[in-house]
Write a protein that binds this ligand. Structure first.
Ligand code: CMC
Length: 392
Protein backbone atom coordinates (compact mmCIF):
# COMPACT_ATOMS: atom_id res chain seq x y z
CA UNK A 1 0.00 0.00 0.00
CA UNK A 2 1.26 3.41 -0.98
CA UNK A 3 0.75 4.84 2.49
CA UNK A 4 3.36 2.65 4.13
CA UNK A 5 6.92 3.96 4.30
CA UNK A 6 9.63 1.49 5.18
CA UNK A 7 12.41 2.20 7.60
CA UNK A 8 14.58 -0.93 7.84
CA UNK A 9 16.06 -1.27 11.31
CA UNK A 10 13.74 1.56 12.48
CA UNK A 11 16.63 3.98 12.06
CA UNK A 12 14.32 6.96 12.13
CA UNK A 13 11.06 5.59 13.49
CA UNK A 14 9.93 6.34 17.02
CA UNK A 15 7.87 3.61 18.67
CA UNK A 16 6.87 5.29 21.90
CA UNK A 17 7.05 8.24 24.24
CA UNK A 18 9.07 7.40 27.32
CA UNK A 19 9.98 9.12 30.58
CA UNK A 20 12.72 6.69 31.57
CA UNK A 21 16.01 7.36 29.76
CA UNK A 22 17.27 10.47 27.97
CA UNK A 23 19.93 9.99 25.36
CA UNK A 24 21.60 12.53 23.07
CA UNK A 25 23.80 10.61 20.67
CA UNK A 26 25.35 13.69 19.07
CA UNK A 27 26.50 15.09 22.38
CA UNK A 28 27.14 11.77 24.12
CA UNK A 29 24.66 12.33 26.97
CA UNK A 30 22.89 9.57 28.90
CA UNK A 31 20.54 10.09 31.85
CA UNK A 32 18.24 7.78 33.77
CA UNK A 33 15.11 9.60 34.98
CA UNK A 34 17.01 12.89 34.67
CA UNK A 35 20.15 11.82 36.59
CA UNK A 36 23.41 11.75 34.62
CA UNK A 37 25.05 8.37 34.09
CA UNK A 38 28.33 9.83 35.36
CA UNK A 39 26.78 10.82 38.70
CA UNK A 40 24.86 7.57 39.09
CA UNK A 41 27.95 5.47 38.33
CA UNK A 42 29.89 7.36 40.98
CA UNK A 43 27.33 7.83 43.75
CA UNK A 44 24.63 5.20 43.43
CA UNK A 45 24.29 1.43 43.61
CA UNK A 46 22.75 -0.99 41.15
CA UNK A 47 19.68 -1.74 43.26
CA UNK A 48 19.09 1.94 43.94
CA UNK A 49 19.30 2.61 40.19
CA UNK A 50 16.93 -0.31 39.59
CA UNK A 51 14.43 1.25 41.99
CA UNK A 52 14.85 4.61 40.25
CA UNK A 53 14.29 3.20 36.77
CA UNK A 54 11.30 1.10 37.75
CA UNK A 55 9.56 3.57 40.10
CA UNK A 56 10.64 6.90 38.63
CA UNK A 57 12.22 8.43 41.75
CA UNK A 58 15.21 7.72 43.95
CA UNK A 59 14.15 5.74 47.03
CA UNK A 60 14.27 7.04 50.59
CA UNK A 61 16.51 5.03 52.93
CA UNK A 62 13.47 3.11 54.14
CA UNK A 63 12.14 2.43 50.64
CA UNK A 64 15.54 1.16 49.55
CA UNK A 65 15.87 -1.12 52.59
CA UNK A 66 12.43 -2.52 51.94
CA UNK A 67 13.18 -3.06 48.23
CA UNK A 68 16.48 -4.79 48.97
CA UNK A 69 15.03 -7.03 51.66
CA UNK A 70 12.18 -8.13 49.39
CA UNK A 71 14.63 -8.94 46.60
CA UNK A 72 16.79 -10.90 49.02
CA UNK A 73 13.70 -12.82 50.13
CA UNK A 74 13.08 -14.12 46.59
CA UNK A 75 16.59 -15.18 45.51
CA UNK A 76 15.95 -18.93 45.78
CA UNK A 77 14.56 -20.64 42.71
CA UNK A 78 12.16 -23.57 42.67
CA UNK A 79 14.01 -26.89 42.95
CA UNK A 80 12.23 -28.18 39.85
CA UNK A 81 14.05 -25.53 37.84
CA UNK A 82 17.19 -27.48 38.62
CA UNK A 83 15.84 -30.45 36.71
CA UNK A 84 15.22 -28.17 33.71
CA UNK A 85 18.82 -27.02 34.04
CA UNK A 86 20.00 -30.64 34.27
CA UNK A 87 18.34 -31.33 30.91
CA UNK A 88 20.75 -28.99 29.17
CA UNK A 89 24.01 -30.44 27.90
CA UNK A 90 27.13 -29.09 29.60
CA UNK A 91 28.70 -26.51 27.32
CA UNK A 92 25.26 -25.08 26.52
CA UNK A 93 25.75 -21.34 26.07
CA UNK A 94 24.55 -19.67 29.29
CA UNK A 95 22.43 -17.12 27.37
CA UNK A 96 20.23 -19.84 25.88
CA UNK A 97 19.95 -21.51 29.27
CA UNK A 98 19.10 -18.21 30.94
CA UNK A 99 16.31 -17.27 28.56
CA UNK A 100 14.83 -20.77 28.92
CA UNK A 101 14.91 -20.66 32.72
CA UNK A 102 13.34 -17.21 32.76
CA UNK A 103 10.65 -18.43 30.39
CA UNK A 104 10.00 -21.38 32.71
CA UNK A 105 8.99 -18.94 35.47
CA UNK A 106 5.65 -18.56 33.66
CA UNK A 107 4.96 -22.18 34.65
CA UNK A 108 6.00 -21.77 38.28
CA UNK A 109 4.04 -18.52 38.69
CA UNK A 110 1.06 -18.96 36.33
CA UNK A 111 -0.70 -16.00 37.94
CA UNK A 112 1.89 -13.86 36.11
CA UNK A 113 0.07 -14.74 32.88
CA UNK A 114 -3.04 -12.76 33.91
CA UNK A 115 -2.99 -9.55 31.85
CA UNK A 116 -5.33 -7.89 34.36
CA UNK A 117 -3.14 -8.46 37.41
CA UNK A 118 -3.22 -5.97 40.23
CA UNK A 119 -0.34 -3.54 40.64
CA UNK A 120 0.84 -5.59 43.68
CA UNK A 121 0.79 -8.75 41.57
CA UNK A 122 2.92 -7.10 38.89
CA UNK A 123 5.26 -5.78 41.56
CA UNK A 124 5.71 -9.30 42.92
CA UNK A 125 6.71 -10.55 39.45
CA UNK A 126 9.19 -7.68 39.24
CA UNK A 127 10.78 -8.49 42.61
CA UNK A 128 10.94 -12.18 41.73
CA UNK A 129 12.73 -11.70 38.43
CA UNK A 130 15.18 -9.18 39.91
CA UNK A 131 15.94 -11.63 42.71
CA UNK A 132 16.15 -14.80 40.65
CA UNK A 133 18.04 -13.71 37.53
CA UNK A 134 21.49 -13.72 39.23
CA UNK A 135 20.78 -17.16 40.72
CA UNK A 136 19.75 -18.52 37.32
CA UNK A 137 22.75 -16.85 35.66
CA UNK A 138 25.21 -18.40 38.12
CA UNK A 139 23.53 -21.77 37.70
CA UNK A 140 23.76 -21.50 33.90
CA UNK A 141 27.51 -21.03 34.37
CA UNK A 142 27.84 -23.96 36.78
CA UNK A 143 26.03 -26.09 34.22
CA UNK A 144 28.43 -24.98 31.53
CA UNK A 145 31.45 -26.08 33.53
CA UNK A 146 29.76 -29.16 34.98
CA UNK A 147 29.93 -28.09 38.62
CA UNK A 148 27.27 -28.36 41.33
CA UNK A 149 25.23 -25.19 41.77
CA UNK A 150 25.47 -22.90 44.79
CA UNK A 151 22.42 -21.62 46.61
CA UNK A 152 22.06 -17.90 47.33
CA UNK A 153 23.64 -16.54 50.50
CA UNK A 154 21.15 -13.96 51.69
CA UNK A 155 23.58 -12.36 54.11
CA UNK A 156 25.34 -10.87 51.12
CA UNK A 157 24.48 -7.91 48.91
CA UNK A 158 23.23 -8.42 45.34
CA UNK A 159 26.61 -8.48 43.56
CA UNK A 160 28.53 -10.33 46.29
CA UNK A 161 25.85 -12.99 46.39
CA UNK A 162 26.08 -13.44 42.63
CA UNK A 163 29.88 -13.69 42.75
CA UNK A 164 29.72 -16.29 45.49
CA UNK A 165 27.19 -18.39 43.55
CA UNK A 166 29.48 -18.13 40.51
CA UNK A 167 32.80 -18.93 42.09
CA UNK A 168 32.45 -20.74 45.42
CA UNK A 169 33.32 -24.43 45.36
CA UNK A 170 31.73 -26.88 47.81
CA UNK A 171 35.03 -27.37 49.58
CA UNK A 172 36.46 -23.88 49.83
CA UNK A 173 35.92 -20.87 52.00
CA UNK A 174 35.14 -18.34 49.30
CA UNK A 175 35.39 -14.67 50.29
CA UNK A 176 34.08 -11.98 47.98
CA UNK A 177 36.67 -9.31 47.18
CA UNK A 178 34.95 -5.92 47.77
CA UNK A 179 36.93 -4.36 44.88
CA UNK A 180 35.44 -6.96 42.57
CA UNK A 181 31.89 -6.56 43.94
CA UNK A 182 31.99 -2.80 43.59
CA UNK A 183 33.43 -2.96 40.04
CA UNK A 184 30.60 -5.31 39.10
CA UNK A 185 28.01 -3.03 40.69
CA UNK A 186 29.27 -0.10 38.60
CA UNK A 187 29.18 -2.09 35.37
CA UNK A 188 25.61 -3.12 36.07
CA UNK A 189 24.61 0.53 36.61
CA UNK A 190 26.13 1.47 33.25
CA UNK A 191 24.10 -1.21 31.48
CA UNK A 192 20.84 -0.65 33.34
CA UNK A 193 18.89 1.08 30.58
CA UNK A 194 19.42 2.47 27.11
CA UNK A 195 15.99 3.48 25.81
CA UNK A 196 14.60 1.72 22.72
CA UNK A 197 17.54 -0.56 21.80
CA UNK A 198 16.98 -3.94 20.14
CA UNK A 199 16.38 -6.02 23.28
CA UNK A 200 14.25 -3.36 25.01
CA UNK A 201 12.13 -2.92 21.89
CA UNK A 202 11.75 -6.70 21.88
CA UNK A 203 10.61 -6.71 25.51
CA UNK A 204 8.05 -4.00 24.71
CA UNK A 205 6.89 -5.75 21.53
CA UNK A 206 6.41 -9.11 23.25
CA UNK A 207 4.71 -7.39 26.19
CA UNK A 208 2.47 -5.38 23.85
CA UNK A 209 0.49 -8.57 23.18
CA UNK A 210 -0.07 -8.70 26.97
CA UNK A 211 2.32 -11.62 27.32
CA UNK A 212 3.72 -11.96 30.85
CA UNK A 213 6.71 -10.07 32.20
CA UNK A 214 8.75 -13.29 32.32
CA UNK A 215 7.93 -14.18 28.69
CA UNK A 216 8.82 -10.64 27.62
CA UNK A 217 12.15 -10.62 29.50
CA UNK A 218 13.01 -14.02 28.06
CA UNK A 219 12.50 -12.52 24.58
CA UNK A 220 14.74 -9.60 25.52
CA UNK A 221 17.53 -11.95 26.64
CA UNK A 222 17.46 -13.69 23.25
CA UNK A 223 17.57 -10.37 21.39
CA UNK A 224 20.50 -9.25 23.51
CA UNK A 225 22.46 -12.39 22.67
CA UNK A 226 23.41 -11.41 19.10
CA UNK A 227 26.93 -10.12 18.41
CA UNK A 228 25.64 -6.81 17.05
CA UNK A 229 23.99 -6.10 20.42
CA UNK A 230 24.95 -7.48 23.86
CA UNK A 231 26.98 -10.29 22.36
CA UNK A 232 29.50 -7.66 21.30
CA UNK A 233 31.27 -7.74 24.69
CA UNK A 234 32.16 -11.41 24.17
CA UNK A 235 33.07 -10.69 20.53
CA UNK A 236 35.39 -7.83 21.60
CA UNK A 237 37.49 -10.03 23.86
CA UNK A 238 37.61 -12.80 21.30
CA UNK A 239 38.77 -10.23 18.74
CA UNK A 240 41.44 -8.81 21.08
CA UNK A 241 42.67 -12.32 21.89
CA UNK A 242 42.86 -13.12 18.18
CA UNK A 243 44.85 -9.93 17.52
CA UNK A 244 47.18 -10.80 20.39
CA UNK A 245 47.68 -14.37 19.13
CA UNK A 246 48.38 -12.95 15.68
CA UNK A 247 51.28 -10.82 16.95
CA UNK A 248 49.36 -7.73 18.13
CA UNK A 249 49.33 -5.88 14.81
CA UNK A 250 46.35 -3.53 15.30
CA UNK A 251 46.84 -1.80 11.94
CA UNK A 252 46.27 -5.08 10.11
CA UNK A 253 42.89 -5.50 11.81
CA UNK A 254 42.04 -1.89 11.16
CA UNK A 255 42.56 -2.52 7.45
CA UNK A 256 40.30 -5.58 7.64
CA UNK A 257 37.58 -3.54 9.37
CA UNK A 258 37.68 -0.95 6.58
CA UNK A 259 37.69 -3.50 3.77
CA UNK A 260 34.12 -3.78 2.47
CA UNK A 261 34.84 -7.24 1.03
CA UNK A 262 35.83 -8.50 4.46
CA UNK A 263 32.93 -9.22 6.85
CA UNK A 264 35.15 -8.34 9.81
CA UNK A 265 33.97 -5.36 11.88
CA UNK A 266 35.81 -3.73 14.69
CA UNK A 267 33.76 -5.10 17.57
CA UNK A 268 32.96 -2.60 20.29
CA UNK A 269 33.03 0.27 17.81
CA UNK A 270 30.11 2.17 16.36
CA UNK A 271 26.63 2.69 17.65
CA UNK A 272 23.22 3.32 16.15
CA UNK A 273 22.64 6.45 18.21
CA UNK A 274 26.02 7.63 19.53
CA UNK A 275 27.83 9.65 16.89
CA UNK A 276 30.23 10.80 19.58
CA UNK A 277 31.94 9.04 22.50
CA UNK A 278 29.58 6.62 24.23
CA UNK A 279 29.58 8.20 27.72
CA UNK A 280 29.54 4.71 29.25
CA UNK A 281 32.72 3.80 27.36
CA UNK A 282 34.52 6.75 28.94
CA UNK A 283 33.52 5.66 32.45
CA UNK A 284 34.39 2.03 31.74
CA UNK A 285 37.78 2.85 30.31
CA UNK A 286 38.70 4.65 33.50
CA UNK A 287 37.17 1.90 35.64
CA UNK A 288 39.18 -0.71 33.72
CA UNK A 289 42.40 1.12 34.58
CA UNK A 290 41.35 1.44 38.26
CA UNK A 291 40.24 -2.16 38.69
CA UNK A 292 43.31 -3.63 37.03
CA UNK A 293 45.56 -1.43 39.17
CA UNK A 294 43.72 -2.32 42.40
CA UNK A 295 43.82 -6.03 41.62
CA UNK A 296 47.43 -5.79 40.48
CA UNK A 297 46.62 -7.25 37.06
CA UNK A 298 48.62 -6.44 33.98
CA UNK A 299 46.52 -7.52 31.03
CA UNK A 300 48.23 -7.22 27.62
CA UNK A 301 44.78 -7.21 26.06
CA UNK A 302 44.16 -3.78 27.62
CA UNK A 303 47.19 -2.42 25.78
CA UNK A 304 45.93 -3.87 22.49
CA UNK A 305 42.51 -2.28 23.12
CA UNK A 306 44.08 1.12 23.79
CA UNK A 307 46.27 0.82 20.69
CA UNK A 308 43.27 -0.09 18.58
CA UNK A 309 41.27 2.82 19.96
CA UNK A 310 44.09 5.25 19.26
CA UNK A 311 44.49 4.12 15.65
CA UNK A 312 40.73 4.08 15.04
CA UNK A 313 40.13 7.55 16.45
CA UNK A 314 42.62 9.08 14.04
CA UNK A 315 41.55 7.07 10.99
CA UNK A 316 39.49 8.91 8.32
CA UNK A 317 37.19 5.87 7.79
CA UNK A 318 36.18 5.91 11.47
CA UNK A 319 36.11 9.70 11.70
CA UNK A 320 33.85 10.11 8.64
CA UNK A 321 31.41 7.52 9.92
CA UNK A 322 31.58 8.83 13.49
CA UNK A 323 32.54 5.43 14.87
CA UNK A 324 33.65 5.64 18.50
CA UNK A 325 34.23 2.96 21.13
CA UNK A 326 30.94 1.82 22.64
CA UNK A 327 30.07 0.45 26.09
CA UNK A 328 31.25 -3.01 25.16
CA UNK A 329 34.75 -2.07 24.09
CA UNK A 330 36.22 -1.99 27.60
CA UNK A 331 33.60 -3.82 29.69
CA UNK A 332 34.98 -7.24 28.77
CA UNK A 333 38.41 -6.28 30.05
CA UNK A 334 36.98 -5.56 33.51
CA UNK A 335 34.92 -8.74 33.43
CA UNK A 336 38.06 -10.70 32.57
CA UNK A 337 39.97 -8.99 35.37
CA UNK A 338 37.32 -9.95 37.93
CA UNK A 339 37.32 -13.54 36.75
CA UNK A 340 34.09 -13.66 34.73
CA UNK A 341 34.55 -16.17 31.88
CA UNK A 342 34.00 -14.90 28.34
CA UNK A 343 30.88 -17.00 27.77
CA UNK A 344 29.21 -15.14 30.67
CA UNK A 345 29.85 -11.59 29.43
CA UNK A 346 26.52 -11.21 27.68
CA UNK A 347 24.78 -12.74 30.70
CA UNK A 348 26.33 -9.96 32.79
CA UNK A 349 24.86 -7.46 30.35
CA UNK A 350 21.45 -9.13 30.79
CA UNK A 351 21.64 -8.85 34.59
CA UNK A 352 22.52 -5.18 34.20
CA UNK A 353 19.81 -4.45 31.62
CA UNK A 354 17.05 -6.22 33.58
CA UNK A 355 15.75 -3.15 35.51
CA UNK A 356 15.59 -1.20 32.23
CA UNK A 357 13.58 -3.95 30.54
CA UNK A 358 11.25 -4.08 33.54
CA UNK A 359 10.80 -0.29 33.66
CA UNK A 360 10.07 -0.14 29.92
CA UNK A 361 7.63 -3.06 30.06
CA UNK A 362 5.83 -1.48 33.02
CA UNK A 363 5.67 1.94 31.39
CA UNK A 364 4.23 0.46 28.21
CA UNK A 365 1.53 -1.41 30.09
CA UNK A 366 0.68 1.49 32.37
CA UNK A 367 0.36 3.80 29.36
CA UNK A 368 -2.00 1.29 27.74
CA UNK A 369 0.02 1.16 24.54
CA UNK A 370 -1.48 -0.79 21.63
CA UNK A 371 -0.13 -4.08 20.34
CA UNK A 372 3.04 -3.56 18.27
CA UNK A 373 2.37 -4.47 14.66
CA UNK A 374 4.57 -2.91 11.97
CA UNK A 375 3.43 -2.76 8.35
CA UNK A 376 5.24 -4.00 5.24
CA UNK A 377 5.36 -3.52 1.50
CA UNK A 378 4.72 -6.79 -0.29
CA UNK A 379 7.23 -7.70 -3.03
CA UNK A 380 6.32 -11.33 -3.75
CA UNK A 381 4.52 -13.07 -6.64
CA UNK A 382 1.15 -11.90 -7.95
CA UNK A 383 -1.89 -14.18 -7.81
CA UNK A 384 -1.16 -17.43 -9.68
CA UNK A 385 -2.92 -20.78 -9.98
CA UNK A 386 -1.84 -23.67 -7.73
CA UNK A 387 0.54 -26.02 -9.56
CA UNK A 388 -0.23 -29.72 -9.09
CA UNK A 389 2.66 -31.83 -7.82
CA UNK A 390 3.20 -33.70 -11.12
CA UNK A 391 3.63 -30.43 -13.01
CA UNK A 392 6.33 -28.90 -10.78
N1 CMC B 1 33.69 -1.65 12.10
C1 CMC B 1 33.81 -1.24 10.80
N2 CMC B 1 32.89 -0.53 10.15
C2 CMC B 1 31.77 -0.18 10.84
C3 CMC B 1 31.58 -0.56 12.19
C4 CMC B 1 32.59 -1.31 12.80
N3 CMC B 1 32.45 -1.70 14.08
N4 CMC B 1 30.39 -0.09 12.61
C5 CMC B 1 29.85 0.56 11.58
N5 CMC B 1 30.69 0.51 10.49
C6 CMC B 1 30.48 1.16 9.18
C7 CMC B 1 29.48 0.38 8.35
O1 CMC B 1 30.13 -0.58 7.52
C8 CMC B 1 28.82 1.48 7.55
O2 CMC B 1 29.74 1.86 6.55
P1 CMC B 1 29.20 2.36 5.10
O3 CMC B 1 28.47 3.65 5.37
O4 CMC B 1 30.42 2.53 4.29
O5 CMC B 1 28.29 1.28 4.58
C9 CMC B 1 28.77 2.64 8.54
O6 CMC B 1 29.85 2.41 9.43
C10 CMC B 1 27.45 2.72 9.32
O7 CMC B 1 27.24 1.49 9.99
P2 CMC B 1 25.85 0.72 10.06
O8 CMC B 1 26.10 -0.73 10.19
O9 CMC B 1 24.96 1.17 8.93
O10 CMC B 1 25.27 1.33 11.41
P3 CMC B 1 24.12 0.69 12.30
O11 CMC B 1 23.58 1.82 13.08
O12 CMC B 1 23.20 -0.13 11.47
O13 CMC B 1 24.92 -0.34 13.24
C11 CMC B 1 26.19 -1.23 15.04
C12 CMC B 1 25.36 -0.04 14.52
C13 CMC B 1 26.47 -1.05 16.53
C14 CMC B 1 25.40 -2.55 14.83
C15 CMC B 1 27.52 -1.29 14.24
O14 CMC B 1 28.27 -0.11 14.48
C16 CMC B 1 28.36 -2.52 14.58
O15 CMC B 1 28.13 -3.57 13.97
N6 CMC B 1 29.32 -2.42 15.55
C17 CMC B 1 30.08 -3.54 16.00
C18 CMC B 1 29.26 -4.36 16.97
C19 CMC B 1 29.13 -3.69 18.32
O16 CMC B 1 30.11 -3.23 18.90
N7 CMC B 1 27.91 -3.69 18.87
C20 CMC B 1 27.65 -3.16 20.22
C21 CMC B 1 26.79 -1.94 20.21
S1 CMC B 1 26.78 -1.15 21.83
C22 CMC B 1 26.04 -2.28 22.90
C23 CMC B 1 24.58 -2.38 22.71
O17 CMC B 1 24.12 -3.13 21.87
O18 CMC B 1 23.86 -1.66 23.45
Amino acid sequence: SGLVTIDPGFKNTGSTESAITFLDGEKGILRYRGYSIEELAEKSTFLEVSYLLINGELPTAKELENFKSKITHHTLIHEDIKSILDGFPSNAHPMGVLSSLVSSLTAFYPESLDPNRSAEGVNLSILRILAKLPTMAAWAYKNEIGHPVNYPDNRLDYCSNFLKMMFALPTDDYKVDPVVASALDKLLILHADHEQNCSTSTVRLVGSSHASLYASISGGINALWGPLHGGANQAVIEMLEAIQADGGDVKKYMAKAKDKDDPFRLMGFGHRVYKNFDPRAKIIKKAADDVLAKLGINDPILEIAKGLEEVALSDPYFIERKLYPNVDFYSGIIYRAIGIPTSMFTVMFAIGRLPGWIAQWKEMRENGEPIGRPRQIYTGANLRPFVPMEKR
